[in-house]
Design a protein around this ligand. Structure first.
Ligand code: RIB
Ligand code: CA
Length: 312
């Protein structure tokens, strides 16, 4: 059983990642879900997280609101991809469950300080603001984190919010810089992987035919959010980014990568948020991340369908 904290900005792909985690009580002890400003504003992200937890039936899982803006930058959101609510597609009921009173950054810090060292993994699905703030306020947590698995960055695939930068890193590059240099074990799930994990019509149909309300909701979520990527990339499907983080925690051998140095641009406006991944080892910079490069798409969707079919 792996203990995890999920930091997220739901977002349809975040929602599928949350549902995959909540569908895996045999393997994952989800200690809490923390929301962060990203795809849409914090308040809406938080409502979306509560809706997804209720959809899963796992209403015992606590949800905490974290930071409502990046550490230094003006907030950047992605309604153009995710819709006005950030979770456009299904019409999910207003949540009956409420947010916890504890601030999400306090929850991350306190949980890591109270737990046995190296027993909790942080799964980051959005901008890294909350995790960076926890590290600034309590640097000692860095040695207590078992692993940070984050969706973000890109190298061979370039960027998706600018030609150089992936959205999660672009929104809060200073936070990414702090996380990348905190010393905790880090696994990066970049666009180089997620751009090959495409939600093709055949994959989407499996959610539609699942026969549960969760599969139906996911089908509506992804057929909404895909329209932006299909038009942009002209691919057979839209990349399904965030569930790769949970899939990696559940079945790491779906993916392959290498331990390399990754830095992030925080000075230039032109390349703000660019992750400079020394994949070929051409510098002497110290390796600081397990950078994933490939994933087995078939196994990924098998895992998603097999586990999510168990939800209501
Ligand atoms: O670039 C993809 C990432 O940005 C995903 O986490 C998606 O949810 C958005 O937050
Ligand atoms: Ca996200």
């Amino acid at each position: 059983m792996q203990k995890i904290i999920i930091d997220t900005d739901p977002g349809q792909d975040d929602a599928v990642a949350l549902l995959l985690a909540l569908a895996s009580p045999d393997a994952l002890d989800v200690l809490g879900i923390v929301t962060v400003a990203g795809n849409v504003g914090l308040n809406q992200n938080s409502v979306n997280a509560l809706k997804v937890v209720e959809l899963s039936g796992r209403t015992e899982i606590p949800v905490f609101a974290g930071c409502d803006r990046p550490m230094r930058r003006t907030p950047v959101t992605a309604e153009h991809v995710h819709g006005k609510t950030g979770l456009d597609g299904p019409d999910l009921p207003d949540p009956k469950i409420a947010l916890q009173d504890h601030h999400g950054v306090d929850f991350i810090m306190d949980t890591l300080l109270e737990a046995e060292p190296k027993t909790i993994k942080l799964c980051a699905l959005g901008p890294l603001t909350n995790i960076a703030m926890a590290l600034v306020r309590a640097p000692e947590i860095a040695t207590r984190i078992k692993e940070i698995v984050l969706m973000g960055g890109g190298c061979f695939e370039g960027g998706n919010i600018t030609p150089a930068a992936e959205f999660n890193i672009y929104v809060d590059p200073e936070a990414a810089d702090i996380v990348l240099h905190c010393g905790a074990p880090i696994t990066i799930v970049p666009l180089d992987v997620t751009h090959h994990m495409l939600a093709t019509p055949a994959h989407l149909e499996r959610f539609l035919n699942m026969g549960n309300k969760t599969g139906d909701a996911i089908h509506k979520m992804l057929t909404f959010s895909e329209r932006f990527d299909l038009e942009k990339y002209q691919w057979q499907g839209a990349p399904l980014h965030d569930p790769c983080v949970i899939a990696y925690v559940l079945e790491p051998d779906i993916f392959t990568g290498r331990h390399i140095n990754v830095e992030v641009e925080v000075s230039s406006e032109l390349t703000r948020g660019m992750t400079v991944a020394d994949f070929w080892g051409v510098t002497t910079r110290k390796a600081n991340a397990h950078y994933l490069r490939h994933g087995d798409t078939k196994r990924y969707y098998e895992l998603l369908v097999q586990r999510i079919s168990k939800l209501p």
